[in-house]
Design a protein around this ligand. Structure first.
Ligand code: AMP
Ligand code: GLY
Length: 440
């Protein structure tokens, strides 16, 4: 009898998860992809199961019922709540760190302590828990500075402030009004770092590290990085500034020392370690760690990956990442633009039918971020609705494909940035990813 292919379960419902589902479906070893709960896009290429991403007992039961070989977790919240621990206790393979390891994202205060102990370059920060204490620390700091809630705050936890009045307002909101709830039990007053940001994601089993293509996302709503912060309005990969030498430096000074320090604390990190970096005049420095794939970085990284994603994640989950020699990458570049609901990141209406999805050129990929299927139609169901993505030999060509495809797509209130990857159109593209490197 022929051996059956893998059954994989993806947890989450955004554009990142659609991209994960898509890449897993392309992996030759995969037979069946389930997604909990998924969205209107994943429904077309996989099996959506109506289970919330945070219902850990139901996910464990489902993985057992469907004889799932590997569960891949998208968002941070189920990881911080112990999804991977529950799966491991049940003898189920999972790609994603345990709750102890996910603290690297869930507690910025703890992450700073790990970085300090590991000698990893990062912005200097003071941790406070009360307004009075915060105000006296302010006296010692220069503006601009960054005020950050230590806990998970769905992207709303970091605010750059330019003067004392703004700083006091934000501190009051976090520490007195408790605007972010327990996420701001601890607050970081952090030195502002100037430079260009890079998202550096590496797959690891705690020992071996396999870096992915570096990516850059666009957090602000408006062209030219204006307007409010969002969950991400677009992205591109690779990032030409990240040369092979800089990649090695990031691995040697940031990724490996962090994993070594976690191991010293008895924590084996298995999953994606995502370093949000600032490329400063003095070299790369960590702004934050995330314990998961980035959104929308995943939507540009995975279309460039020519190796099997399933085999990579399975090897990491098993602690056998050393068996993956190196990844094959498309030699070109990838660009994604988010189409958002009017009013996002503030309040917005949903339920609008999306037109034009059937008439798109074959060379674009549309990852659904906030959609659902309703009476056979795809309708809007979130702030970020679609990620229109293209791979091409150059940034100019990828941008052209994406923006030409967007002309076909319509829903009421649709908004998007026109300048994604625009700054890179003159960049020369060189291979940037070194092979799998060393051990922690
Ligand atoms: P975080 O949630 O820590 O990623 O912060 C969100 C955004 O705030 C980052 O993507 C940066 O644009 C900005 N940011 C955070 N920390 C700093 C810092 N120390 N210096 C400058 N900008 C920062
Ligand atoms: N792109 C930012 C994040 O995933 O946190």
């Amino acid at each position: 009898m022929a051996r059956r292919g893998l059954t994989v379960l993806v947890v989450g419902s955004g554009g990142r998860e659609h991209a994960l589902v898509w890449a897993l479906q392309r992996s030759p070893s995969v037979e069946r992809v389930l997604v909990a709960p998924g969205n209107g896009g994943t429904a077309a290429i996989a099996e959506n199961l109506p289970i919330p991403a945070t219902d850990i007992p139901a996910l464990v039961a489902t993985a057992r019922d469907y004889r799932v070989d590997l569960t891949v977790v998208g968002p941070e919240e189920p990881l911080a709540r112990g999804l991977a621990d529950a799966f491991q206790e049940a003898g189920l393979l999972v790609f994603g760190p345990t709750a102890a390891a996910a603290r690297i994202e869930a507690s910025k205060a703890w992450a700073k302590d790990v970085m300090r102990a590991a000698g990893v370059p990062t912005a200097h920060a003071t941790i406070v828990t009360a307004l009075e204490e915060a105000l006296s620390v302010l006296d010692t700091m220069r503006f601009p500075l960054v005020i950050k809630a230590s806990g998970l705050a769905a992207g709303k936890g970091a605010v750059v402030v330019n003067n004392r009045v703004e700083a006091e307002r934000v501190l009051h909101w976090m520490l007195v009004e408790r605007g972010l709830g327990p996420a701001a039990d601890q607050v970081l007053l952090e030195e502002y770092l100037a430079g260009r940001e890079v998202s550096f994601l590496a797959v690891t089993d705690g020992t071996t590290v396999v870096p992915l293509q570096p990516a850059r996302d666009y957090k602000r709503l408006g062209d030219g990085d204006t307007g409010p912060n969002t969950g991400g309005m677009g992205a591109y990969a690779p990032v030409p500034e990240v040369t092979p030498e800089l990649q090695r430096e990031i691995l040697e000074r940031i990724i490996h020392p962090t994993l070594t320090e976690l191991a010293r604390r008895g924590i084996t990190y298995r999953g994606v370690l995502y370093a949000g970096l600032m490329l400063t005049e003095r070299g790369p420095a960590v702004l934050e760690f995330n314990c998961r794939f980035g959104d929308p970085e995943t939507q540009v990284i995975l279309p460039l990956l020519e190796s099997s994603l399933a085999d990579l994640l399975l090897a990491a989950a098993r602690g056998e990442l050393h068996s993956v020699a190196s990844l094959r990458w498309h030699p070109g570049v990838s660009v994604t633009v988010a189409l958002a609901s009017g009013g996002y990141p503030g309040s917005y209406a949903t339920g609008y039918p999306i037109e034009g999805l059937d008439a798109l050129p074959a060379e674009v990929l549309v990852f659904h971020a906030g959609t659902r299927r309703e009476n056979g139609r795809i309708v809007t169901a979130g702030g970020r609705v679609l990620n229109v993505t293209a791979v091409a030999p150059t940034f100019a060509a990828a941008r052209e494909r994406v923006y030409a495809a967007i002309e076909h797509i319509r829903f009421p209130g649709m908004t998007y940035r026109r300048d994604i990857a625009l700054a890179e159109v003159a960049s020369a593209i060189k291979p940037t990813v070194p092979p799998t490197t060393g051990t922690a």
